[in-house]
Design a protein around this ligand. Structure first.
Ligand code: CA
Length: 706
C-alpha cells in the first residue's frame, strides 16, 4: 500500500517519499491504470472508467456529518459538466467555455487560471451548450480540448500553454466538449457537430510536442478518398448509399473512451448520423457503419480491431458515445473481461471486450423502437413504425433523441456488483420533413421538422409532457441484466455518478440536491442543497489524511436549452449558479444566500402579424433558434427567453441582432448566411404570437388560483 502511505504522510512528504505519485514525478500509464487511492488522475478515475474510489473514510455511518469545506465561484454561467482531477494535493478542473482552474485542494486557494479565449460566436456550432467535460494529465502537463476545436497542453505547475494544435477544420461546425485521454504518451481527442453536418474522427497527438500521430475516421469520406482508405473504411463504405459525404455523415466521437492496458485496446463510442433522417443521409438505408458503434482500436497506430453497432442505420440520434466502462465479471461461472455501455437507445450492453461479442443486452428504460435484441445476430429487432425515415409518417419515439442516458457518467460498485445509471425517461415526436434540404451555414441539419414537433401551446399537453418526462438513478445488475433499485427524479436532466468503498453512491440532481445513497439499497443518507441544478459527476480524494468529495455545480447543457427544456423547469430544476464545491466530514463552510431569479415579466407587444408569417417563423424558429432558446420559444433560465425580451418590440433591434450579428461575441451570431430579413421578421412575429399565448395562459392560471 505504497500510495496509501503517501496519502497519510501528506502532500509535502509525498513529494520526496513517493516519487511516482502523480504530483511529483508526473502522471504515466501505470499510475492511470492503478491510481493512488487518494487521487483522481484521469476522467473516469482509471482507464476502466469505473468511477469507483477505494476511499472509505466517509461511509454509510458517518456521511451525515459531511459538510462544505470550501467553495469557489466560477466566472461562467453556463452548464458545468466537468470532472475535476486531483494530483498531488491540487484540484484542476475545466469549466464552460473551456477554461481551466487550479486550486489548493485543502484550502481552496486559487493557484492559477487559464482562459483559451474561445470566440463567443463558436457557441452557434454547439448543439448542447458551451460545456466542457474535463482534462487529461500526462507527465507534468494537462490537456484540454476547447470548444473551437483546439487541443491545448498546459504546464501543470503554472497553467501556461506548452503547445496548442487545431484538431478540426474550423470553417466547419465542429466543436470539442469531451475530455481528452492519454495512452502511452499519445493524447486522444474526438469532436462533435453531427447535428449540423460533419464527419467524425479521433486523433492522437504526441503529449510532448503536439505532433499529430494518427487519425481514425469513424465513417467513410468522399468517393475520391476511397482509393487510399484502410480496409475497415472500405467495408463501411459498402453500408452507405447516395452522396452521404456531402452533409458530413456524422459519427462524431464526442465523449466516451476507455482503455485496456492488458489487451492494448482503446475503445471509442461513435455518435449519430448527419442528418438524423436516414432517408436523406443514406437513401435506401444500410447500416451506415460505424455510426452508433463501439469501436476497438490500437492506440499505437489507430488500427481498427473490432466494432459492435448498437443501432444499425440509426435515424433517432441514438448515439453510442455514452460512458464506456470496463470490468471483469463472473458470468455463467466464467470470469469475463467485459465492456459495458448504456447508450441513448435504451439498452444496456455487456460485450466481451477482447472480441466485441455481444454477451447480453436488455433495456434499462422503456423503449418503443424494437421488440428486443436478436442475440444470434446482435441486432435490434426493429418495429416498422419507428422508421419514420421509411414510412414518412410522424413517430413518437421512446427514448427521444435525448436518450435513455446521455453523457452523464455512470459508476460501478464492485462489491455491490451494480452499475448506477443516470437515466432519462422521455419521448419525442420525430416528424420527417418533406423535400428537406441541408443548410451548411447555420442551424440544425436533421431532416425532421423541429417546428412542427414543438411543445404545444396547450397548457394541459405541456403538463402531461412534463409528467411523462422524468429522470432516475437506476442501480443495474449487469450480470442478471436487471434493475435492483431506483431513485426517481422529477426532472430528466440530472448529474453523473460516483461510487465509493464507503458503501456510497453520490449523485446531484436538477433540483440542486447533492445526495449520498446507500450503494446496496438506494437509501438516502445525506443531502446538500447547492442552489443550482447539478449535471457534473462528483469525485473523491484525500488531502492530509482527510477524504473529500468535490464537484462542479451549475445548470445548463442540452436539456435546459433545447426542445422540452421547459419540462425540467416545471419539475423544479434550478437556474445556473456555477461553482466548485468541496466537502469533508465536519466541514463548516456555508454558501451565501441564493440570489433571486430576476426574470423580465411576460409582457409582449400585441400580435399584429399574419398567420403566414407565423407558419414561416415557426419552421425557421425550430431549425435555427430552438436549439438554444427553447422549444416553442419557451426559453430557459440559462439563455435569454425571447418571449420576455425587450428587443421583441422593435423590428429594427431584432434585425440588428439576428441579421447583423450585434451580439456575436455572446454567442448570438448573425443568421444572415441562412435567413433573409423577411424570414427573421417572421420569426419575431412567431415569438410575439407565442408570448401572447403564454401570457394568456399565465393569466388564466392566476385567475383560476392555480
Ligand atoms: Ca446527437
Amino acid at each position: 500500500m505504497r500510495f496509501g502511505l503517501c496519502v497519510v504522510l501528506g502532500a509535502a512528504l509525498a513529494l520526496s517519499a513517493c516519487g511516482k505519485e502523480g504530483g511529483a514525478g508526473g502522471v504515466d500509464g501505470a499510475l492511470i491504470a492503478s491510481p493512488p487511492e487518494g487521487e483522481w488522475l484521469s476522467y473516469g478515475r482509471d482507464y476502466a472508467e469505473q468511477r469507483f474510489s477505494p476511499l472509505d473514510q466517509i461511509d454509510t455511518a458517518n456521511v451525515n456529518q459531511l459538510g462544505l469545506a470550501w467553495y469557489a465561484d466560477l466566472d461562467t454561467a453556463r452548464g458545468q459538466e466537468g470532472t475535476p482531477l486531483v494530483i498531488g494535493g491540487v484540484i484542476y478542473h475545466s469549466t464552460a467555455w473551456s477554461k481551466v482552474k487550479a486550486f489548493d485542494a485543502k484550502t481552496g486557494n486559487s493557484l492559477w487560471e487559464y482562459d483559451p479565449q474561445v470566440p463567443g460566436e463558436t457557441a452557434v456550432k454547439a448543439c448542447c451548450d458551451v460545456v466542457n467535460r474535463g482534462l487529461a494529465a500526462w507527465g507534468d502537463k494537462l490537456f484540454i480540448g476547447t470548444l473551437d476545436g483546439r487541443l491545448v497542453a498546459l504546464d501543470r505547475a503554472t497553467g501556461t500553454e506548452a503547445w496548442s494544435v487545431v484538431t478540426v477544420d474550423q470553417s466547419k461546425p465542429y466543436t470539442i466538449t469531451g475530455a481528452p485521454r492519454v495512452v502511452d504518451g499519445k493524447v486522444l481527442i474526438g469532436n462533435g457537430g453531427a447535428e449540423y453536418g460533419v464527419r467524425g474522427y479521433v486523433t492522437a497527438y504526441d503529449a510532448d510536442t503536439g505532433e499529430e500521430l494518427w487519425r481514425f475516421y469513424t465513417i467513410p469520406g468522399a468517393p475520391e478518398e476511397a482509393a487510399d482508405e484502410p480496409e475497415y473504411l472500405a467495408k463501411a463504405r459498402e453500408t452507405w448509399n447516395g452522396e452521404f459525404w456531402k452533409n458530413g455523415g456524422g459519427g462524431t466521437a464526442w465523449d466516451a473512451m476507455a482503455y485496456d492496458p492488458e489487451l492494448d485496446l482503446l475503445y471509442i463510442g461513435v455518435g449519430n448520423g448527419a442528418p438524423w433522417n436516414q432517408a436523406y443521409r443514406s437513401p435506401g438505408g444500410g447500416d451506415n457503419l460505424y455510426l452508433s458503434s463501439i469501436v476497438a482500436i490500437r492506440p499505437d497506430s489507430g488500427e481498427y480491431v473490432w466494432h459492435y453497432q448498437t443501432t444499425p442505420g440509426e435515424t433517432w440520434d441514438y448515439t453510442a458515445t455514452q460512458h464506456i466502462m470496463l470490468a471483469d465479471l463472473e458470468i455463467d461461472g466464467q470470469q469475463r473481461k467485459v465492456l459495458m455501455q448504456a447508450p441513448k437507445n435504451g439498452f444496456f450492453y455487456v460485450l466481451d471486450r477482447e472480441t466485441g461479442e455481444l454477451i447480453s443486452a436488455d433495456n434499462y428504460v422503456p423503449q418503443s423502437w424494437t421488440t428486443g435484441i436478436d442475440m444470434k445476430t446482435g441486432r435490434p429487432i426493429e418495429v416498422a413504425e419507428a422508421r419514420y425515415d421509411k414510412t414518412g409518417q410522424p413517430y413518437i419515439g421512446t427514448p427521444g433523441p435525448g436518450g435513455g442516458h446521455s453523457w452523464q457518467p455512470m459508476a460501478f460498485h464492485p462489491d455491490a456488483g451494480l452499475v448506477y445509471i443516470p437515466a432519462i425517461l422521455s419521448a419525442f415526436p420525430f416528424i420527417p420533413e418533406e423535400n428537406w434540404e441541408a443548410d451548411m451555414h447555420r442551424g440544425l441539419n436533421l431532416g425532421i421538422d423541429m417546428g412542427a414537433g414543438a411543445m404545444s401551446a396547450d397548457l394541459k399537453v405541456r403538463e402531461d409532457a412534463a409528467k411523462a418526462t422524468k429522470g432516475a438513478l437506476i442501480a443495474w445488475d449487469p450480470v442478471a441484466q436487471k434493475e435492483r433499485w431506483r431513485v426517481s427524479h422529477p426532472a430528466p436532466w440530472n448529474g453523473g455518478v460516483l461510487a465509493t468503498a464507503g458503501g456510497l453512491v453520490f449523485q446531484g440532481d436538477a433540483g440542486g440536491n447533492l445526495v449520498a445513497y446507500g450503494a446496496m439499497d438506494g437509501r438516502e443518507l445525506w443531502s446538500f442543497h447547492a442552489q443550482t441544478g447539478i449535471l457534473a459527476p462528483p469525485i473523491t480524494f484525500t488531502v492530509d489524511g482527510e477524504q473529500h468529495i468535490a464537484l462542479l455545480v451549475g445548470y445548463g447543457g442540452v436539456w435546459p436549452l433545447s426542445p422540452s427544456g421547459v419540462v425540467g423547469e416545471q419539475a423544479g430544476a434550478k437556474p445556473n449558479i456555477s461553482r466548485l464545491l468541496v466537502f469533508k466530514l465536519g466541514g463548516e463552510a456555508e454558501l451565501p444566500p441564493a440570489p433571486p431569479l430576476n426574470r423580465r415579466p411576460l409582457d409582449p407587444p400585441p400580435f399584429r402579424g399574419t398567420e403566414q408569417q407565423v407558419t414561416s417563423g415557426a419552421y425557421d424558429y425550430g431549425r435555427y433558434c430552438g436549439g438554444c432558446h427553447g422549444d416553442a420559444a419557451i426559453g430557459s433560465t440559462v439563455l435569454p427567453d425571447l418571449r420576455r425580451s425587450a428587443v421583441l418590440e422593435s423590428r429594427q433591434a431584432w434585425q440588428t441582432i439576428a441579421h447583423d450579428g450585434a451580439l456575436k461575441d455572446n454567442g448570438m451570431v448573425s443568421f444572415a448566411p441562412s435567413l433573409d430579413e423577411e424570414q427573421i421578421e417572421n420569426i419575431r412575429q412567431y415569438v410575439i404570437k407565442r408570448a401572447n399565448e403564454d401570457r394568456a395562459l399565465e393569466r388564466q392560471a392566476r385567475e383560476s388560483g392555480a
